[in-house]
Design a protein around this ligand. Structure first.
Ligand code: NAD
Length: 500
């Protein structure tokens, strides 16, 4: 049988089995057993993993962190041997498969997590092609009287990565592109409520990568993730670096491990609207950003502060463009359903906690809790609140945006700053006054600052720039890209090789 026919048949069988059971089993031949293991680690990062037969035929999906890290270490060393061509092939495969399987994987993720919107789950997978890969890495060179010096962006080895429930396969896919483009391998501890879909994608990626490069486990995953497997992953000798995408608890846990952690942490993005903006443009932008995937994105607009003199016009434009306004009693009913209040935790007031049953749910579900039926096509709910309302203060991840009137630009900026809780994540302004824009940018000091557009414009979706689903905020690396996962190494040639 020709190689092409064999590959074609394997693909068809995998696809049919995938459709039948959701789990794509492999017909790919197991890799030949690797050569005898090297013993002892000297700390140089090239120690070989023990190549027990348990690592064969898993295509990245392992029961334990120990096995996953050993397989990833072995694959890292293989990638090193196979060079840039193999890195390019991995990037190409992940981007192509994410797009090809967007519909199927989007549906699987949606059915498993039951949050967000199916159309947007599919759309997010179609965007992986915008994540930067191998071509991002360019060495820096210096040339002078004393010769030439090259600074290269080189890999670490195995990266341990934690992914959120809000976009499991998209985060994982974008992370593989970035991390492997830089020459590393990766082990994922996915969110337990989005781990099954993540394992399906990992297996499919590895099967295709194995067919093309002979590397079987470049991206590994722990099949049933837990806090224990997180700890084991962080402690493993092969894990050189952590990439954490999630909320405050996991960021804190990662920072306490003693390993270097790149943390893509929580946000609570405020929007400030002044009286120089175009209210129609601002209303449309707020709706499209906050309604995306039912406001699960960490960059999504979560609360709006608007100058009193333009507030009515903004809300009118929002109502004309697919959002529905809740009256005070409807808002109160929804607030009671969407938050629980624990006495004694809020410094005198009851502390609000987001009710998980409403996170990422459709506007119609929220409307039911508010006691109303919605017109079809409703994208978003909104309602007027005060600045300390739970919908303003909590990162609620629901398609309901609170609108707060402010009396001055200074008050708008101050309240935006307070509600962002120093996450330094994302802020948005709608204004044509450069003084106001500059003042807010300086005061908020966020990683992303979007002017006159919806929040996704900050990730290259309708604005200039590139895409990542992991925005490293507290640790400062910014929108992650292949360079984020590299060690800078300098190579110096003294007095020679300068050619003029
Ligand atoms: P989450 O914090 O509940 O979970 C994220 C991951 O961390 C999961 O894999 C989870 O199992 C793990 N985890 C949680 N607590 C842990 C602990 N104490 N120790 C070890 N592991 C732990 O987050 P989520 O609800 O899945 O995602 C939403 C959160 O992630 C929001 O806060 C959002 O802003 C943030 N987020 C940030 C970015 C970014 O790029 N900055 C991207 C997506 C999501």
């Amino acid at each position: 049988m020709s190689a092409v026919n064999e590959t074609l048949i394997r693909d068809v069988v995998a696809e049919v089995l995938g459709k039948l059971g959701g789990t794509i089993t492999t017909t790919a031949k197991p890799a030949p057993a690797p050569s005898a293991p090297q013993s002892g680690a000297c700390g140089c990062g090239t120690k070989k993993a023990t190549s027990a037969p348990a690592l064969r035929g898993k295509f990245g999906v392992f029961a334990t962190a120990e096995e996953a890290c050993a397989a990833a270490q072995e694959s890292f060393l293989q990638l090193k041997e196979k060079g840039m061509a193999a890195r390019r092939k991995i990037e190409e495969i992940v981007k192509a498969l994410a797009e090809k399987n967007a519909e199927q994987w989007g549906r699987i993720e949606f059915e498993e997590t039951k949050i967000g919107r199916l159309d947007h789950k599919i759309a997010k997978l179609g965007l992986i092609k915008l994540v930067p890969g191998v071509d991002w890495l360019r060495p820096d060179a210096r040339s002078g009287d004393h010769g030439i010096t090259l600074e290269e962006y080189t890999p670490f080895g195995v990266v341990g990565a934690i992914t959120p429930s809000t976009h499991s396969i998209p985060t994982l896919s974008g992370n593989i592109v970035n991390i492997c483009a830089a020459g590393n391998s990766v082990v994922f501890n996915a969110h337990p409520s989005a781990a099954r879909c993540a394992a399906i994608a990992v297996r499919a990626y590895n099967e295709a990568i194995y067919r093309e490069t002979g590397i079987e486990n470049i991206a590994c995953i722990i099949e049933k993730p837990s806090l224990d497997s997180f700890n084991e992953l962080c402690k493993n000798e092969f894990t050189r670096l952590l990439l954490v995408t999630g909320g405050p608890m996991v960021v804190k846990a990662a920072m306490q491990t003693g390993k270097r952690a790149i943390c893509a942490g929580p946000g609570n993005p405020p929007v400030f609207v002044d009286d120089t903006c175009c209210p129609t443009r601002a209303a449309k932008a707020i709706i499209s950003g906050a309604a995306f995937d039912n406001n699960l994105l960490c960059i999504g607009e979560k609360q709006v502060f608007v100058l009193d003199q333009v507030a009515d016009k903004l809300m009118q434009r929002m109502a004309e463009n697919g959002a529905v306004k809740l009256n005070p009693s409807q808002l109160e009913k929804l607030t009671k359903a969407a938050f629980t209040f624990k006495e004694g935790q809020g410094g005198g007031c009851a502390q609000a906690h987001t009710n998980k049953d409403y996170i990422g749910k459709d506007p119609s579900v929220l409307a039911q809790a508010a006691g109303i039926n919605l017109p079809s096509g409703t994208q978003l709910l909104f309602g007027e609140t005060d600045a300390m309302h739970p919908f303003v203060q909590e990162e609620q991840m629901m398609p309901m945006i609170p609108i707060v009137r402010v009396k001055s630009v200074e008050e708008g900026i101050e309240r935006s700053l307070q509600s962002e809780h120093n996450y330094k994540h994302t802020a948005i302004i709608h204004s044509h006054d450069v003084e106001n824009i500059t003042a807010m940018a300086r005061a908020l000091d966020t990683t992303l600052f979007v002017k006159n557009g919806p929040s996704p414009a900050g990730l290259g979706l309708g604005g200039e720039g590139y895409l990542s689903f992991s925005i490293a905020t507290p640790t400062g690396e910014g929108i992650t890209n292949p360079r984020t996962f590299t060690r800078v190494r300098r190579c110096v040639m003294v007095d020679n090789l300068r050619i003029y």
